[in-house]
Design a protein around this ligand. Structure first.
Ligand code: CMX
Length: 138
């Protein structure tokens, strides 16, 4: 599928308000967007660094994916997202290579991207996201 770049790295945090100052004041990045993704039960904050974004994820529900992750593992890297040109075809390719899909078909994620997740148990412990869509410049 040849991803063009790492679109974003998702980092689970207890609190956006507490984590954002590290990225802004210590690293000197700018938070350009805060967005709630209701169906994923998260609030997200985005920073751009080169072609890649950092996506901070605060859970809005302990039973959501990030709530469960933090409960079990604590704060930390939650997923890595690769930008691909044809998401549907990339999913079929991964499936035919024996990768377990969390999303059998693309769905809409934060920032208007089409996204789909591959299960960490078939990707060596890293929750892997494939995404296709707008190339935003911030
Ligand atoms: N990275 C690595 N491993 C993870 C993981 C993660 N982010 N989340 C869970 N796991 C591990 C669990 O620790 C567990 O391992 P063990 O069996 O060794 O204990 C295993 O995966 C399966 O866990 P599970 O209890 O069966 O499944 P969960 O209910 O915890 O769900 C997952 C895990 C990945 C299927 C679920 O979180 C999911 O569907 N994620 C995709 C959606 C998502 O993460 N959305 C949030 C971000 C949205 C956004 O970016 O906008």
């Amino acid at each position: 599928m040849k991803p063009s770049h790492i679109e974003h790295i998702g980092i689970a945090v207890n609190s956006l308000a507490e984590a954002i100052p590290f990225y802004e004041k210590v690293l000197g990045l700018k938070c350009y967007n805060i967005e709630e993704v209701a169906d994923q039960k998260v609030k997200t904050a985005f920073f751009m660094i080169g072609q890649t974004k950092i996506e901070l994820l605060e859970s809005t529900d302990p039973e959501g994916p990030v709530g469960k992750f933090i409960e079990k593992k604590g704060e930390g890297i939650h997923h890595i997202a690769f930008a691909v040109d044809n998401l549907e075809e990339s999913l079929r390719e991964a499936e035919s290579q024996g990768i377990r899909l969390i999303d059998a078909a693309p769905r809409r994620g934060a920032e208007g991207l089409d996204i789909a997740f591959l299960h960490p148990k078939s990707t060596f412990g890293v929750l892997t996201e494939l995404c296709e869509g707008n190339k935003m410049n911030h």
